[in-house]
Design a binder for this molecule. Structure first.
Ligand code: ATP
Length: 310
């Protein structure tokens, strides 16, 4: 999972440097000795995101020799939610990384509103997609900057009201107002320490401000049944309601409510459908997973029925 954020954070820092200092991209890459995995086409066509439909069309991909994804095809209709589930190492994060174009597919194509993501500027692509990782890394800067950063690196006409509205919607505003320097409080490693939940809410605020049509989410693995956790769930639900959403899902509630569930095993989609469709087949991989989750939930004495009701 961490591999998803590595490049993301790397991109953030890198982008910010470019924005601020207009450093030539190639020089910067030389400087950091980073190899370019993907390149913009010679004549990129601007991405037009009208609906936010995402299509994986027969996608295959390998990091090294072994195929990591094999003939993966699925469609996420605009505004709907796909939950990706499967064992560790099955290729879930890779699907999100490919959508964000950290790597290019080796066969097939990925389309956003009918446009192959390889034909558009990477900048457009990354503006169209919001990402809420499990563990958000904050910049050593003000909390205002960290939220404003959602929109084109925070440099294009973000007002204080935009920032506070986003923080409010992510249920982090009052917490920020409790800090001595409020929105100017420095966060990150050298500043005010934020809890995991608070950091995730900053990521949600950042994404709300960015206002993308497509959201990729990596759900936290812990299923803590606390009020904080519920608030985050509420914020996440608000954020994903009208957006095309791809979630690496770990929670019963998320999986149950998804419009479509993809079960990934060894880089292939082995089953797909809604919860009720999948659960009706007692021989399905999904059925086994479901029973296991229920058992785990019972052992952790957390109430899946209550969770379902949410
Ligand atoms: P988890 O739930 O544990 O995060 P995942 O389903 O998200 O797993 P991926 O991260 O997509 O799985 O990884 C799929 C496979 O690709 C794994 O076997 C992993 O070891 C491999 N892999 C992932 N990233 C790289 C990389 N940068 N280089 C080489 N192999 C990789």
């Amino acid at each position: 999972i961490n591999q998803l954020y590595g490049p993301l954070n790397w991109f953030g820092t890198y982008y910010r440097v470019i924005q601020k200092n207009f450093i030539d991209m190639e020089k910067l890459l030389e400087l950091f000795d980073v190899s370019v995995e993907v390149e913009d086409p010679a004549v990129p066509v601007p991405l037009k995101v009208t609906q936010g439909e995402v299509v994986f069309d027969n996608v295959s991909f390998s990091y090294e020799k072994q195929l990591t994804l094999k003939n993966v095809s699925f469609k996420v209709p605009a505004g709907s939610t796909v939950a990706i589930v499967g064992p560790s190492g099955s290729g879930k994060s890779t699907i999100l990384r490919l959508l964000f174009r950290f790597y290019d597919v080796q066969a097939g194509r990925i389309l956003i509103d009918g446009q192959d993501i390889r034909s558009v500027p990477q900048f457009d692509l990354r503006q169209a997609i919001g990402v809420v990782p499990q563990d958000t890394v904050l910049f050593n800067d003000s909390i205002r900057y960290n939220i404003a950063y959602g929109r084109a690196g925070g440099n294009t006409g973000v007002t204080m009201k935009d920032v506070t509205d986003a923080a409010d919607a992510a249920h982090i505003h009052s917490r920020i107002m409790g800090f001595c320097e409020q929105y100017e409080t420095r966060v990150g490693e050298r500043g005010q320490r934020l809890s995991g939940g608070e950091k995730q809410r900053v990521a949600i605020a950042r994404t709300l401000l960015k206002d993308p049509k497509i959201v990729c989410l990596d759900e936290a693995t812990s299923a803590l049944d606390t009020s904080t956790e519920r608030q985050i769930q509420t914020s996440l639900r608000d954020m994903t309601r009208d957006r095309t959403t791809l979630i690496i899902a770990h929670r019963l509630s998320t999986v149950i409510h998804a419009d479509q569930i993809l079960i990934v095993q060894n880089g292939q989609i082995v089953e797909r459908g809604t919860h009720s469709e999948l659960i009706s087949d007692r021989d399905s991989v999904y059925y086994d997973m479901w029973i296991k989750q229920l058992t785990d939930a019972a052992n952790a004495s957390y109430d899946p029925i209550l969770e379902q009701a949410n």
